[in-house]
Design a protein. Structure first.
Length: 298
């Protein structure tokens, strides 16, 4: 990373460590001691105090405590403890997804749902995920198409089977929206729009970093706070494990370990998209009911 801030920081640290002599360069660095174990509440409190001179003024300790529990550790260290960090190897902390498992929850036939579709051609997998519309949404995998281990590189996603599954889902549930990341599926999605109506399809801006960073943040916080549930699908679990955080100026995104990694994340992307649209719908204000004009008798 080459920026003015990084250069000044390294220069100041060099003066602090005695490797650089410059009496005319003034600096003041508020950062937490990297030796502190922030998983320990007392040491975390000490770290927060070291890095936040405005604590107790316009920054509250409770606010930063909430941020710790709702933010990936590398982000928390970077934004709230002023520590330079490297990207974590795994997005969700170990064990948090398992805590959201609910064996009693199920999306019943006829329930209102949002469908999320993440399409691929051959190299990645194709995912269809549903989310219920209750106060605590439930996530289920409706379809997952990936190249079998005994197939060669010429294998292709069975497109007719995928489209039929989507149409079956429209018959089984009361679908409020089909949100799609249609990479390589534009013709099929256009055909679907003719059947189910164009107003039922939302093209998700997965390549728009600001939108995707918001979606990832929403999903991450909901999982940590157990504000959603899932049915324990093993493939979805594995795809979430495969997610690697990527820090950008717009926020943290999820990606594969590298472009050619065989470890897929498409079901995770589908779940993130579905929860993001659930969140959007919950926040959208209801249309105001226009009153008929009233006449006043004088």
């Amino acid at each position: 990373m080459k920026t003015l801030c990084v250069s000044d920081y390294k220069y100041a640290k060099g003066i602090e460590e005695g490797t650089i002599e410059d009496e005319g360069f003034y600096y003041k660095i508020f950062e937490a001691d990297t030796e502190l174990d922030i998983s320990d509440p007392e040491q975390r409190k000490q770290a927060i105090e070291q890095a936040n001179p405005a604590l107790g003024d316009f920054v509250s300790f409770e606010q930063l405590e909430r941020a710790y529990h709702a933010t990936p550790e590398n982000e928390f260290r970077r934004y709230f403890l002023n520590q330079w960090t490297t990207t974590a190897e795994r997005w969700l902390p170990v064990g948090v997804w398992e805590e959201c498992y609910d064996e009693t929850a199920k999306i019943e036939e006829g329930s209102e749902v949002i469908l999320a579709f993440d399409g691929s051609y051959s190299r990645d997998s194709t995912a269809l995920v549903a989310i219920s519309m209750g106060d605590k949404p439930h996530i289920e995998v409706l379809g997952h198409w990936a190249r079998p281990v005994n197939e060669n590189q010429q294998w292709k996603v069975p497109r007719d089977e995928v489209i039929n599954k989507i149409l079956e889902s429209f018959e089984k549930y009361e679908v409020l929206e089909l949100t799609v990341d249609p990479m390589g599926w534009h013709n099929e999605i256009a055909q679907l729009e003719e059947i189910i109506g164009g107003d039922m399809v939302l093209y998700y801006e997965g390549n728009y970093r600001k939108k995707m960073a918001q979606a990832c943040s929403r999903f991450y916080s909901a999982v940590l706070e157990q504000q959603l549930s899932h049915s324990g699908d093993n493939d979805l679990f594995q795809h979430l494990i495969n997610c690697v955080p990527k820090e950008t100026p717009q926020g943290t995104l999820v990606t594969k370990a590298n472009k050619n990694s065989p470890h897929k994340i498409d079901l995770a992307i589908g779940a993130i998209m579905a929860f993001d649209r659930w969140s959007d719908m919950r926040l959208e204000p209801e249309e105001e009911v226009k009153e008929e004009p009233k006449f006043i008798n004088l």
